[in-house]
Write a protein that binds this ligand. Sequence first.
Ligand SMILES: [Zn+2]
Length: 219
Amino acid sequence: MTNEIIVNETVTENVAAEAIAENVTTREETTTMTTVAKATTTKVGKCTACAKFVSLRKMTTREKANYKRTGLCPKCYAKKQAERLATIAANKAARAEKKANAQAMRANSPFNQVLALVQNSSLNDAQLALLQDRDFVLKATNIVYPLLKKYDVNKTFEEQTYVCKKARYARTPININGDDYLVTNNIYAKNLDKVKAMFQGIGALATDETTTDEAVAIS
Ligand SMILES: [Zn+2]
């Protein structure tokens, strides 16, 4: 360790001597640009980070290129590079966390909560008819599209769901009592309580184990 420091100091002194010999200005106020520019012609430069003199002759081609581009000695360049990689890794981790949070949010979205409600209820024909009734759903929940729409295999998804060029139903149909239905995607947090109240109102809210078991048995 001690030896290393002595060697480094010796190198610095030697390089400094060379710098003076080659008429490179050593004044502190010399701008980085000037130092780097001179270094490219004089073979001696000064690191912009640690302020040590560096000999370009002792550098590899790559180190020289890095010095010319950044003004950093190989040691400082390596340090900066490590910091840069650490920042990239930290940013990547932050992005992954943000994505996971967004996924968790989506999993708990108003739409998914209503989807779970539909899937966990054992809906009979009368209840299914009400959930497909535009006026009934609008009055009960303020949602302007019928909650469920029977999926028609003879029509395209766009034909069945687009209003003003926007799909008003989720793409994946769900099967209820042997028929495929689309669930409207036009559900917001403000509608949730009313949707639950509507399910309760038509006797479709799965409140005990018996109902849940029946729902599973049917699907
Ligand atoms: Zn340096």
